[in-house]
Write a protein that binds this ligand. Structure first.
Ligand code: FAD
Length: 496
């Protein structure tokens, strides 16, 4: 059977590329070494509990790259969009229940602001024609705004997020929140993250927004769990004649006369195709699957010097009963943020309180995530693969942190497990990063590694590559696959 393209890895990058190519009529085969697809965006089903691996909350959703990839295949992925969130910063709580924004902890009485009433009142006062005209104009103008903003944003490629935060945020609580928010989004310390990524990310999601849409629709949780995304794309790819093999590791990319012509599997089988797309990590592809001797020394040096983002952990807590309405929460530690980050990233320790930065309850968004009457709560936080201490410390400390955010957490805990950076190392990338190539200065915008390798026919996708591909983790990985495939379709296949 002749293939137009072989894709190494069925993460979101590989599936995004596969979706675009298969939808365009190319015959693709996706080879995944794990027994499941989706990579860091997947789930396992155990005794009525659907436990997600890796990520928990997505951006763009049906309006972003997931929707785009699915639509090309004639498929649909449904998302639950949050109706509430809560945030604990130091001793203060900020809760939004879909109507009221309640701030407690800085005085005897909570401050209650009815946000929705305010928005409704503003909408009521604004003439409808004017509003729809304004929104329509904004949508029309987005390409122009993007083009005009690009050179301005580029200037921030060399400005760290830390400098930006130091310049514009001097209220400690807000400063700390922004510090954590950037860490949750990019998984790098703020002195390394390029501030331009925040601006690009904002523009991407502003571009996904359509007139009349509730902005909360731009974030959400897939109905059916994280696995719903890879499963839907895989189904569509197969319907378009593509093949997906799990438990099939690729040992090397076969290069003949300077051109990638196929792959050799770990069992010795060779599969040929004129296009090879690797979702296996750019460094790993160059050093291990292809071999550094096949590239110019300067290129291997550049790739070898790329910095990956930091790693993380996930605590998955099975609760005896439903104890909280929380859908999405952020929890920041009750002590100095700089010290916490220093302990984490410079001293390579597990700080006293490994606060889960992000907390979500999938079962509150999709009840099929756990047995009836119970609740599933997840906490995700940063941690390094080469941490000096034992990963076993993470669980009990994280339970303490969650108990501070969710009253009754410890008393109602049935059991939990923790996925550590070791778990994520199984996906094969150096340092087991949460995202991939870090969105730090020198590695973003047009300095991000290109998906097109110097070897003809060889491409990289995922959180690893894609010049000018940006945004938040899963959305960015999928976009990288779509953009790479679109390039192949328009620039390479059109020549044949
Ligand atoms: C703890 C944690 C929390 C996160 N939280 C969020 C979140 O809330 N929101 C969000 O958007 N993102 C989040 N992310 C990030 C997100 O999961 C990743 O950015 C995204 O899934 C990366 O997709 P990818 O395609 O780049 O790589 P991967 O998912 O790693 O896919 C690569 C695939 O290639 C396969 N592979 C590698 N080598 C080979 C080989 N030689 N042969 C065959 N197959 C191979 C791997 O097995 C894997 O399946 C989180 C990640 C972690 C770890």
């Amino acid at each position: 059977m002749g293939y137009d393209a072989v894709i190494i890895g069925a993460g979101l990058g590989g599936l995004g590329a596969g979706a675009a190519l298969a939808a365009n009529g190319q015959k693709v085969i996706i080879l995944e070494r794990m027994e499941f697809i989706g990579g860091r965006c997947s789930s396992v089903d155990r005794d009525g509990w659907r436990l997600d691996i890796g990520c928990h909350f997505l951006f763009g959703c049906e309006h972003g790259s997931f929707g785009d990839a699915a639509k090309r295949l004639g498929k649909e992925i449904k998302f639950y969009h949050p109706s509430n969130f809560q945030l604990r910063v130091h001793d203060s709580f900020l809760k939004f229940d879909g109507e009221k924004l309640v701030i407690t902890g800085r005085g005897p009485d909570p401050i209650k602001i009815n946000v929705m009433d305010g928005i409704r009142e503003m909408m009521r006062l604004m003439p409808q024609e004017l509003m729809s005209m304004g929104m329509g104009m904004m949508t029309q103008m987005m390409p122009m705004v993007n083009a005009m903003a690009a050179p301005i944003i580029k200037q921030f490629d060399k400005v760290s997020m830390k400098s930006m935060l130091d310049s514009y945020f001097d209220w400690p609580i807000v400063r700390d929140f922004m510090e954590y928010f950037q860490m949750a989004g990019y998984c790098t310390p703020s002195n390394l993250t390029a501030s331009s990524e925040l601006l690009r990310t904002l523009l991407i999601y502003l571009g996904d927004w359509k007139p009349g849409m509730n902005p909360l629709e731009l974030m959400g949780y897939p109905i059916g769990g994280l696995e719903a995304i890879p499963n839907t794309l895989a189904e569509g790819i197969k319907e378009k004649g593509g093949e997906i093999r799990t438990g099939t590791g690729v040992k090397r990319v076969v290069v003949e006369n300077g051109r990638a012509v196929g792959v050799e599997l770990t069992d010795g089988e060779t599969i040929k195709a004129p296009i090879i797309i690797s979702n296996a990590g750019i460094k790993e592809t160059v050093a291990e699957l292809v071999g550094e001797d096949k590239f110019e020394a300067e290129y291997t040096k550049t790739i070898g010097n790329l910095v990956y983002g930091n790693s993380g952990f996930t605590l998955r807590a099975k609760m005896k009963q439903k104890i909280s309405d929380i859908e999405l929460g952020f929890c920041l530690p009750n002590h100095d943020v700089e010290g916490y980050l220093h302990a984490l990233w410079d001293d390579l320790t597990i700080p006293d309180l490994p606060t889960p930065i992000m907390v979500s309850s999938p079962s509150n968004m999709d009840p099929s995530a756990c047995p009836e009457g119970k609740q599933l709560i997840l906490g995700v936080g940063p941690c390094m693969l080469d941490v000096k201490e034992d990963f076993d410390m993470l669980g009990p400390l994280c339970v303490e942190s969650l108990d501070m955010l969710i009253p009754g957490f410890k008393d109602n805990l049935e059991s939990y497990d923790v996925l550590t950076p070791k778990t994520y190392a199984a996906f094969g990338e150096e340092n087991a990063p949460v995202i991939g190539i870090a969105q730090c200065m020198g590695q973003v915008g047009d300095e991000r590694p290109s998906s097109k390798s110097p070897i003809d026919g060889l491409y990289y996708v995922g959180g690893e590559a894609g010049r000018n591909v940006s945004g938040v983790a899963c959305d960015m990985a999928t976009n990288s696959g779509l953009a790479c495939a679109d390039y192949i379709i328009t620039q390479e296949l059109s020549k044949v």
